[in-house]
Design a protein around this ligand. Structure first.
Ligand code: PLP
Length: 364
């Protein structure tokens, strides 16, 4: 079976097998990671390795804190302004459902201080924001954007695509939930990067925040200590019991990536997968359609519609029977969506493409 779910998504099989092996007894510890104290020597060692492996994988400089938190990327929509809005105002770019939620969550707490500085809503979120239409505040405390819209299938590949929104003195804050670790990025370009784990990192329940340390310590005192990045940083993300098992599994995924040659190696595979799928869609003579502008077509989430909507349930039933799981599109977009994160090998996309071509032959 190949699992094309958008998240929680497929985990590399080699990692699952290692977890099964280590589940009842981690390297002779006498118990599994799920059952050991988060303050004990063994778990502390595991945690340090996880952080070191991620630092290596993403080449995260020492002046950035790595936090493993809870509450998902959704809580970050609120926690980010709580920590770094610092009585000022922030600019947001809206390119789809997720960045829109970030604006709404921020405005719920801080009203007009959360400014939508640009939107691609007029294009039905089929492209990035046209830089000519942005209304930017050069004094913004940060600029928020979503580097990959999981539902719409729009991805930022190069910060140049954000035009003037990239300003030297305005930290960039990026929701990378659905494309983190899919290719190398320059962490130094960002003030803060965050992601829910359940696509490219590990099991749901872990939230990753990578934040430049000079942005810490500005949180409002009216928030719980648990939500204060500086407090979490001081306490190695262990103010309370962390999601130990999820963090351990995330670490196994980091090692799986490192073993393959890190992010440059996985990026090549991801490019090949996306290229094959888009080529199949574009070459179908309109039987399949993806209407996202070509410069921002997501390499992780590929939505597509069928020419004849009446075929949707048949496509889903037949693909499921063929072992191609979870291809139903998000209700906001309709049609199909194939999520092809790091754990999906090229062979999975080849199987999907073979099915799509066969389906078209029979129903086209
Ligand atoms: N941001 C993006 C881009 C997402 O894809 C998702 C979830 O799918 C979220 C935020 C919300 O993440 P969570 O469910 O971890 O709160």
């Amino acid at each position: 079976h190949w699992n094309f779910a958008a998240g929680p998504a497929t985990i590399p099989l080699a990692v699952l097998e290692q977890v099964r092996e280590e589940l009842p007894d981690w390297h002779g510890a006498g118990c599994g990671v799920m059952e050991m104290s988060h303050r004990g020597k063994i778990y502390t060692g595991i945690y340090e390795q996880v952080v070191a492996d991620l630092r290596k994988l993403m080449d995260i400089p020492e002046d950035y804190a790595i936090l493993f938190l809870q509450g998902g990327a959704t809580l970050q929509f609120s926690q980010i302004p709580m920590n770094i809005l610092d009585g000022g105002s922030a600019d947001y770019l809206t390119t789809g459902a997720w960045s829109e939620k970030a604006v709404k969550a921020g405005q719920r707490l801080y009203g007009d201080a959360i400014r939508e500085a640009g939107t691609s809503a007029a294009s039905a979120f089929t492209r990035l924001v046209d830089p000519a239409t942005m209304t930017l505040n050069p004094k913004a405390k940060y600029l928020h954007f979503c580097s990959n819209e999981t539902i719409g299938g729009v991805e930022v590949f190069d910060l140049k695509q954000l035009g003037g929104a990239v300003q030297k003195d305005v930290p960039l804050v990026a929701d990378m939930s659905s494309n983190i670790l899919s290719r190398p990025i320059n962490v130094r370009d960002y003030g803060l990067i965050y992601a829910g784990a359940q696509k490219n990192i590990g099991p749901a329940g872990v939230t990753l925040v990578i934040v430049r340390k000079d942005l810490l310590g500005k949180a409002s005192k009216a928030i719980p200590a648990l939500m204060d990045y500086a407090e979490q940083e001081k306490n190695t993300s262990m103010l309370n019991t962390p999601p130990t098992f999820g963090i351990y599994m995330s670490g196994l995924v980091f090692q799986w990536l490192l073993k393959q040659g890190g992010l440059p190696a996985i990026a090549k595979i991801n490019e090949a997968k996306a290229e094959l799928l888009y080529k199949t869609i574009d070459g179908s003579g309109g039987f399949y359609t993806n209407n996202i502008a070509t410069d921002c077509r997501s390499q992780m989430n590929v939505p597509f519609t069928l020419k004849d909507k009446a075929l949707d349930p048949i496509f889903l039933e037949e693909s499921d029977k063929a072992g191609l799981l979870a291809l139903k599109g998000h209700k906001l977009v309709g049609g199909m969506r194939a999520s092809i994160y790091n754990a999906m090998p090229l062979a999975g996309v080849q199987a999907l493409v073979a099915f799509m071509n066969d389906f078209m032959r029979r129903h086209g």
